[in-house]
Ligand binder design. Sequence first.
Ligand code: GGG
Length: 348
Amino acid sequence: MKTHKIALIPGDGIGRDVTDAAWAVLQTVATNSGFALESTQFPWSCAFYKQTGRMMPEDGIETLRSFDAILLGAVGWPAEVPDSVSLHGLLLPIRKAFVQYANIRPHRLLPGVQGPLKAEGFDILCIRENTEGEYSGAGGRVHQGMDNEVAVETSIFTRKGVERIIRFGFEQARARRGKLASVTKSNAQKYSMVFWDEITKQLATEYPDVEVTSYHVDALAARMVMAPESLDVIVASNLFGDILTDLGAAIQGGLGFAASANINPDRSAPSMFEPVHGSAPDIAGKGIANPMATIWSGAMMLDHLGERDAAARIMEALPAVTAKGIGTTPGKDSTDTITAAVIAALTA
Ligand code: GGG
């Protein structure tokens, strides 16, 4: 029997609740589909940082390298560890070390879910550049605590990095409805964002079948609210993609539904799958976190591992559950209730 080796990193807060739920669903579908999933769990988190001074061990990346994929819950415990420390200590190094340059975030309104807009049929795919740009971590601070203190944060956009993510966006658009929105703020940022626009234009000649439009990020955000049906695939930088996908999550009914895949398209290292949401310390341990985003991310993981039928079965189960009104209202149904309903839909 084919066995996929998965590194499980529940992380902080509700991360454990949602990864436990997703794992139960993944095990069910694996058993029913004739393959096996074998997990190794890693306690890397802010609690780990408090004990060891690191978010993961020095050889953490090398340890993860031998796995077929990584399933992660959430990172952050801001009362104890600054978010900038936890993000730069775990999530960002994994994305960079494993060249997971494409962060794929699907936003779809599931039946029965009431979003804030009338956006029936809302279905967009956001491709976020995941290894450079505004989150490169280049910069510094001098004269700390003095009135001449300076903080500098440098965005890094390389031709290789920009070309490969925009090309990935074109390929995704080609496989969907053939429309690509390329997002910048090139009227205000005259080096990096003009560079991005130029590369979009150059690559467009290779994809005559894709209708590409360049938008400024503010206009695109407004369009997502006012005319979401006009959009198909969005490709954006690390920061803009991060922000736009929280907007996408809101339109699809909340962060509880927003899944993501950090993909290494060349398959030279493992890819990582995680919900868009963070650790939500305010509801941690209450058993009310919506596990759908992590279950959906798990389906993306199975798809990436070549288990397409199993992934498709999960993606049929989720709307079947929400159509019954289960998991559609924040806090109404427990994590266990939603998980059991998904498992029941899978085994019906
Ligand atoms: N589920 C992953 C998580 O905890 N994300 C928190 C976060 O702040 N992420 C920022 C990012 O995705 O770059």
